[in-house]
Design a protein around this ligand. Structure first.
Ligand code: EPZ
Length: 422
């Protein structure tokens, strides 16, 4: 077990580079299963989740070789079709092999990931969509089993623009017989990135970036090469950190156009955001103003930046209302923020945050990736020392988080926790 020890008070200043997007690269790795041979992905972040996906692909018979920020995935003629519980429970995104395996192997057996710290995380839209494409989907002994000699194109409507369901159905439909239409599809930049990789493998996809995707199934795909797009949630995390600490940071490689609503909120808080070549700058002078936020599917305010904006509002001037519309239980983090002295009240989808002059350092626990990062940010503006425990969650989504913070002037260190109970 490791923790981060954060000493409050630093003003972040300098440049930080954004790595490839976790929520894209995991699906790109799964998509490689759709073609026999070697696909090559670049700008792959060095994070725990990538290692888990690599392990999952290896167990399916693939050879996965990493060199620097490049990952080569060699897929055999007949990959395995079972994704084990011990991997799926560690990373929900493992469910992304469901679509490619049923399309490529005619059968997929994936352990049910269950819920996590942010919500029940249903899979009903994945199941309903695959069933529309002609698969028989059953749930047995904790596994989801999908079978179809060959999928058949169909029209699918998603009740909610689910990222995961859109991706799984997209990856299933590219090898189906005939045309599939996915309506009310998710439009996140990660989906566009996946579509571009699939197109470079020979897939025929129309409506990329819109809420209606049209996929003409093909007989077969070939391996391809793809550069992962920059991680907008990581870029957004650095932007909030700059504002929270009243600092000045250039987010190298960050795409401002993928963060319009979030950056606009930071401008409302009083920051100056400057688009640059290959990135954008964020500067904050004085105390930020409280900002109301409503999380929504893309292009709305990303739910993954909700914990960071809670930390920001906790020390802002005034009172803010934060509304969470994507994950019904994404307030667990509030208990930890309250330990640092924040004044946050939640009721259903809403949280009311009364900004305080300052927070005070305390031991807290990360319950998920984004909550962990947001607690470190809160620790940067808390008096004294904050210990963030269970930082393995942070390592799942942030490459070199401590080193990058230190390079920006923060006083943060990683420590192994002696076996005392916390
Ligand atoms: C992806 O999760 C991301 N994870 C999440 O990021 C992100 O928060 C989320 O999209 C929304 O942007 C990865 O890409 C690995 P959804 P996903 O399907 O695909 C409900 C992070 O920190 N739903 O869009 O699981 C679901 O319960 C993570 O990086 C159903 O009810 O999200 C949720 O309330 C956290 N039935 C909502 O829809 C379904 O069949 C959105 O889920 C599918 C989803």
């Amino acid at each position: 077990m490791e923790r981060f020890v954060v000493a409050g008070g630093a003003r972040l200043a300098g440049e930080v580079r954004v790595t490839g997007a976790k929520n894209s690269v995991l699906k790109l790795m799964a998509a490689a299963l759709l073609a026999e041979g070697t696909s090559r992905l670049t700008a792959v972040p060095d994070i725990l989740d990538v290692a888990i996906m690599a392990e999952l692909l290896s167990r399916l018979g693939c050879t996965v070789v990493r060199a620097g920020d490049t990952v080569q995935i060699t897929v055999p003629e007949r990959p395995g079709h079972e994704a084990d519980y011990d991997l799926v429970r560690r990373m929900r995104a493992s469910i992304a092999v469901l679509g490619p395996l049923v399309a490529r192997c005619g059968e997929a057996k994936v352990a049910l990931p269950g819920g996590d710290a942010i919500g029940s995380r249903g899979l009903d839209m994945h199941v309903a969509g695959l069933t529309r494409l002609g698969a028989t989907v059953t749930s047995e002994h904790g596994y989801l089993i999908a079978r179809a000699p060959r999928l058949t194109g169909a029209s699918v409507w998603l009740d909610f623009p689910s990222v995961g369901a859109t991706e799984n159905l997209l990856m299933a439909a590219v090898l189906a017989k005939g045309t599939t239409t996915i309506d009310n599809a998710a439009r996140e930049p990660d989906i566009v990135d996946l579509c571009q990789f699939l197109q470079s493998m020979g897939a025929r996809i129309g409506g990329v970036g819109t809420s209606t995707l049209e996929i003409d199934g093909v007989e077969g795909l070939h391996p391809a090469e793809h550069r992962t797009l920059p991680d907008r949630i990581v870029a957004g995390t650095w932007a909030v950190a700059a504002v929270l600490t009243r600092g000045e940071v250039f987010v190298r490689g960050g795409r401002a156009e993928h963060l319009e609503v979030a950056l606009d909120k930071l401008v409302q808080a009083g920051a100056v955001v400057t688009p640059g070549v290959d990135g954008f700058g964020v500067r904050m002078e004085g105390r930020p103003r409280a900002v109301d936020v409503v999380t929504l599917p893309y292009p709305g305010f990303p739910t993954d930046l909700q914990p960071m904006v809670l930390s920001l509002n906790a020390v802002a001037e005034g009172t803010a209302m934060v509304t969470e519309n994507v994950f019904e239980a994404r307030w667990m983090f509030v208990n930890e923020l309250t330990r640092l002295g924040a004044d946050v009240r939640t009721d259903g989808h809403h949280a009311v945050v009364r900004g305080r002059e300052r927070l005070s350092g305390a031991p807290v626990r990360a319950h998920d990736i984004r909550a962990g990062a947001a607690l470190v940010l809160a620790g940067l503006v808390a008096e004294g020392t904050t210990e963030v425990h269970d930082v393995a969650h942070i390592d799942r989504g942030y490459e070199g988080f401590v080193d990058k913070l230190v390079a920006l002037g923060a006083d943060v260190r990683r420590e192994v926790v002696p076996d005392e109970p916390f």
